[in-house]
Design a protein around this ligand. Structure first.
Ligand SMILES: *[C@@H]1O[C@H](CO)[C@@H](O)[C@H](O)[C@H]1NC(C)=O
Ligand SMILES: *[C@@H]1O[C@H](CO)[C@@H](O)[C@H](O)[C@H]1NC(C)=O
Ligand SMILES: *[C@@H]1O[C@H](CO)[C@@H](O)[C@H](O)[C@H]1NC(C)=O
Ligand SMILES: *[C@@H]1O[C@H](CO)[C@@H](O)[C@H](O)[C@H]1NC(C)=O
Ligand SMILES: *[C@@H]1O[C@H](CO)[C@@H](O)[C@H](O)[C@H]1NC(C)=O
Ligand SMILES: *[C@@H]1O[C@H](CO)[C@@H](O)[C@H](O)[C@H]1NC(C)=O
Ligand SMILES: *[C@@H]1O[C@H](CO)[C@@H](O)[C@H](O)[C@H]1NC(C)=O
Ligand SMILES: *[C@@H]1O[C@H](CO)[C@@H](O)[C@H](O)[C@H]1NC(C)=O
Ligand SMILES: *[C@@H]1O[C@H](CO)[C@@H](O)[C@H](O)[C@H]1NC(C)=O
Ligand SMILES: *[C@@H]1O[C@H](CO)[C@@H](O)[C@H](O)[C@H]1NC(C)=O
Length: 450
């Protein structure tokens, strides 16, 4: 049974009194807030004053895990805009509690009364500390003098809400950035983020693993971000950019408050501005970046190949298999591909068997950051790669390039693409077809290096 706490009409007061008199929340007017001595557990929720947002435990999709989240109360499709314990789920909510601790923090206790998440706000000993869910979707904690000491808008998960901000606190050097969910059933932080440029320039970028930039929104020119059309003045959005001694951040508001919209970084690494279509009862994207999914850095993981024209956008290189089938079922490829057979490396002579060989992959976007060698021929380039155990591929175009370690960002290109090159990928000899010296495989020609 849904034990949502409703506004204090006499009827709901009696319902509350008779049905839930054993529950911790009994105060009238506490419908949108949690005060000291109160707690949320099981199916209980709080609802913002005008009924726009709801906070409580939820389970994403078919997951068996529970998380504290904030979602739209007015939308039938479960749409979570913020998660508290995104990496520390709870398996049983009936004895878990979200409450204000003695030192004025919001804490989530599991069944063993161990805190699994905390707001980490400045300790406040006041007994009138209160957590309030606002109609913007912001959860704020206020102390005894009604000062906001913590708010969820300062700690976004994967969503940037109208009225919320993204940026950096220059004093604490803490970023307010969005980080993708691991997959649609797991809100733990994934590899993709939308953040202020770590180099300090006045623009927002999409980042993989906190370091590789794969899209830039363009510099703030005083009125808008140059590469983001929806930040211009003639749109339903009103963007502001603030740069002062303490903070640097961007904020947006909506001119028409009946327009329901949010900005999200998806598990696929795509940044989307979505709006709710009342007629169709679904979310529709008005802005998506990058526009080609294969431009998401390391979308297919190590040794994965991105193919924009295929219905399965990611596949493994020849001689490799998915590192985690579970990930692939969620259309997430973070862990990429692993070798079916490990390399012999330099053990060729000691075992007397065959060494490693190279599969020729044509029409490939070559990986970034090669090591360039000054050798005279393709054969010397191949030999240089064989001589190094960490070398996984080489290409010989105008000169010799080799790649050590994981190879990311491989993309299948097609005839006529000027960026296309031929990559020679190192494989164990046993992963080559025994009876043939050459075989066509999805644009890769397999042949012996001898
Ligand atoms: C919560 O509600 C669901 C369905 O409304 C019910 O199956 C479940 O038992 C309830 N859980 C608790 C802890 O009350
Ligand atoms: C959750 O905890 C309650 C109370 O301790 C217990 O009765 C219930 O069986 C537990 N549910 C699950 C699914 O473990
Ligand atoms: C409660 O959380 C603690 C710390 O994460 C963990 O060690 C303990 O197993 C949890 N208890 C239950 C019943 O999940
Ligand atoms: C808060 O503390 C003050 C003084 O210690 C006390 O008078 C007051 O009743 C307390 N309020 C609540 C809600 O517990
Ligand atoms: C509330 O926080 C403000 C700012 O940190 C502080 O100045 C004030 O004393 C606090 N009030 C109480 C009652 O703790
Ligand atoms: C506390 O602050 C909020 C927002 O600043 C305001 O709406 C509210 O009226 C204040 N409450 C009290 C009791 O001062
Ligand atoms: C991701 O970043 C971390 C920290 O900067 C680094 O240690 C790690 O090697 C990176 N992972 C990959 C696969 O590049
Ligand atoms: C845009 O938002 C800013 C800050 O919220 C506000 O000062 C300004 O008046 C708004 N502009 C328009 C045209 O609504
Ligand atoms: C080479 O052989 C040695 C001893 O047989 C073994 O310890 C080592 O792991 C092998 N190296 C590779 C890359 O297979
Ligand atoms: C290595 O070679 C590639 C292709 O010829 C070139 O684009 C790149 O700048 C070179 N890198 C270095 C470090 O010289």
């Amino acid at each position: 049974m849904d034990t949502e706490i409703r506004p204090c009409s006499p009827l709901s007061f009696f319902l509350l009194f008779f049905l839930f008199s054993s529950l911790n929340i009994q105060h009238c007017g506490a419908t949108d807030s949690i005060s000291l001595g109160q707690s949320l557990s099981g199916n209980q929720t709080i609802v913002s004053k005008e009924g726009k947002f709801e906070l409580g435990f939820f389970t994403p999709g078919n997951s068996r895990n529970y998380y504290i989240g904030i979602w739209y109360k007015t939308i039938p499709v479960q749409t979570v805009v913020w998660v508290a314990n995104r990496a520390t789920p709870i398996s049983n909510t009936s004895s878990a509690e979200l409450k204000i601790s003695e030192d004025g923090k919001l804490v989530l206790l599991n069944i063993s009364k161990i805190p699994v998440w905390s707001s980490n706000s400045t300790p406040s000993t006041s007994n009138s500390t209160v957590a309030v869910l606002l109609d913007t979707g912001n959860l704020v904690i206020r102390n005894g003098s009604n000062t906001t000491i913590w708010q969820s808008f300062d700690h976004p998960t994967d969503t940037w809400m109208p009225g919320g901000w993204l940026g950096v606190n220059k004093i604490t050097e803490e970023y307010q950035s969005m980080t993708s969910w691991e997959n649609r059933e797991n809100p733990a932080p994934g590899p993709f983020a939308h953040s202020m440029d770590p180099d300090g320039s006045n623009q927002f970028v999409l980042l993989w693993n906190g370091s590789e930039i794969y899209w830039s929104g363009g510099l703030w020119n005083g009125q808008y971000f140059t590469a983001v059309p929806s930040t211009r003045e003639s749109t339903p959005f009103n963007f502001t950019f603030v740069d002062n001694k303490q903070r640097k951040y961007a904020m947006y508001t909506i001119r028409d408050s009946s327009f329901i919209t949010r900005c999200v970084i998806e598990s696929s690494g795509l940044l989307k501005q979505l709006y709710w279509l009342n007629g169709a009862q679904e979310w529709q994207a008005i802005f998506t970046q990058p526009s080609a999914q294969c431009d998401v850095y390391s979308l297919c993981g190590a040794f994965g190949i991105c193919d924009q024209k295929s219905s399965n956008i990611c596949r493994c290189s020849y001689g490799f298999e998915p590192a985690s089938m579970e990930e692939w079922e969620f259309n997430v490829w973070k862990s990429g591909c692993v070798r079916k057979t490990s390399l012999r490396c330099s053990n060729k002579s000691s075992t007397g068997g065959e060494g490693d060989r190279f599969v020729e992959m044509t029409n490939m976007r070559l990986p970034a950051n090669p090591q360039n060698l000054t050798v005279g021929s393709a054969r010397d380039c191949e030999q240089a790669c064989l001589n190094s155990c960490s070398c996984n591929a080489y290409a010989y175009v105008s000169g010799c390039s080799i790649w050590n370690g994981d190879i990311r960002n491989l993309q299948q290109l097609y005839d006529g693409d000027s960026a296309a090159g031929t990559l020679h990928l190192r494989l164990s000899a046993s992963d080559f077809p025994a009876s043939m010296s050459s075989v066509e495989f999805l644009g890769s020609r397999v042949f012996s290096s001898d």
